[in-house]
Design a protein around this ligand. Structure first.
Ligand SMILES: [Zn+2]
Ligand SMILES: [Zn+2]
Length: 236
């Protein structure tokens, strides 16, 4: 299948999305968990993968944070598959539409650009978050994925650690665009300095070999070393 890459057995990257990277991780019981949802139109790309014969019905979709390029398809995913939505409790209100998106620190030109485009690009429907993640580190049901709270990009940003496969799903807290490992984009972040600090503090003792970022190419080996070089020695 062209639009999908199997990173390790049971962990898939849905390629060619318009919004964020989207990953699908099979539980040990063989049920798919969707990690991030891209823009609304990315639903069709996820659906194509999920509807393949070998995948059973997904049980959960986890949003690493509330930005539109990560939560766009959640509403449709729930409608189609009846899955549950998980997100950190600090970001859940925005996903549910109870709180407005925080105003980005955009320059005036970009603000106009995004405002003008938003009705077309972001036809997003709010959705209820059934599983509100709390605390600094907490396991999702089943105990296979550990949610690590990394406030700073948004106040409720999380990364997910797949201990069994040594994979960190980093959302936008760590990106790998242009072949360079980076923290969250400052113009879209509520507090970049806080993000860098929590990245350092909360990932220093976390082991992973593979990094699956919200944007950019996956890093499939020695990811912790690359991360440490960028963030743990104070230059991040
Ligand atoms: Zn993003
Ligand atoms: Zn973001």
């Amino acid at each position: 299948m062209q639009n999908i890459a199997e990173i390790v057995p049971g962990v898939f990257w849905v390629k060619g999305t318009l919004g964020s990277n989207i990953y699908i991780r099979m539980t040990n019981g063989g049920r798919p968990i969707v990690i991030d949802g891209g823009f609304p139109s990315d639903f069709f790309k996820i659906k194509k993968v999920l509807d393949r014969d070998l995948l059973s019905r997904p049980v959960l979709a986890v949003a690493t944070h509330y930005h539109l390029d990560h939560v766009g398809s959640l509403y449709e995913l729930k409608r189609r598959y009846g899955l549950k939505i998980a997100a950190h409790q600090e970001d859940a209100n925005v996903i549910e539409g109870k709180e407005a998106f925080e105003i980005y620190k955009l320059d005036p030109f970009r603000r106009i650009y995004y405002t003008a485009l938003s009705p077309f690009l972001f036809q997003y429907k709010h959705t209820h978050v059934e599983l509100k993640i709390s605390g600094v580190k907490s396991f999702l049901p089943g105990g296979e994925l550990l949610a690590i709270h990394i406030p700073g990009h948004t106040i409720g940003s999380i990364a997910l650690l797949d201990c069994e496969n040594g994979i960190l799903f980093s959302g936008d807290s760590v990106r790998n665009e242009k072949g360079r490992i980076e923290g969250p984009p400052p113009q879209f972040s509520t507090d970049s300095a806080l993000a860098r600090r929590t990245l350092r503090e909360r990932l220093i003792d976390v082991d992973f070999n593979i990094l699956l970022p919200g944007h950019g190419e996956p890093i499939v080996k020695d990811a912790k070393k690359a991360f440490a070089g960028r963030f743990l020695r104070g230059e991040g």
